[in-house]
Design a protein around this ligand. Sequence first.
Ligand code: SF4
Length: 255
Amino acid sequence: MTEATPADPEVSEGPAGAVRTLRRITAEAAAGLDWTAENLLEATLRHGLFGKAAVVSSFGAESAVLLHMVSELKPDTPVLFLDTGKHFGETLRYRERLVETLGLSDVRSLSPDPATLAREDADGLLFARDADRCCHLRKVLPLERALAPFDAWITGRKRHQGTTRNALPTVEFDRRHSKVNPLAHWTAEAVERYLTRHDLPFHPLAAEGYRSIGCMTCTARTTPAQDARAGRWPGSAKTECGIHARPRTTADSPP
Ligand code: SF4
């Protein structure tokens, strides 16, 4: 693997430079070099491949894999958690357990703006009237604010999670940030094997049939025959919260 440093001009040029860097490492992968989730993460976190990066985590059913890899590489990586005020208590306790177990030292809880909530969601039921608006206030806007000082963010999204994600690239670029999805190609079985091999705690709701876990008000159990994300906003056409909307360009990085 060729290392890129924060001073690498290809990286410091922002998304355009990152695209060129990505093409370079893709060519290296094609030449036989091994690009795994771990070494893509290493290049991103330790060598600044995409500039200054943060992890965004829901502390959901599969989150421990990415967080464990991050903790092994750089435990002081900023980890952004969208604290919508609507999470399951189990998720909040699981977050605390993982933070302690993994030694993550910079987990940041992002809250919605209280004045905006008071104006638009005084009764706390906006999720039932207009889920898109609720997600915008509780997730999209707080994340936009928190990501302002960063060049890139890392997510744990995977293609297996549902039809809306089955073409998920390993790296994509939105209007302002590079977005790195090092586990894009991982299967549910690979996730389970990793959690078991590293003796990582499972989200307590996973054993109760919750395979994709978001806000309590908008999450349901799924059957094994359903996509994991079928349990999100059940009974509606909504499939994503909006934080992943509008990628500008995409590029598939190392396999
Ligand atoms: S998932 Fe539901 S409760 Fe959570 S922010 Fe979106 S609409 Fe609101």
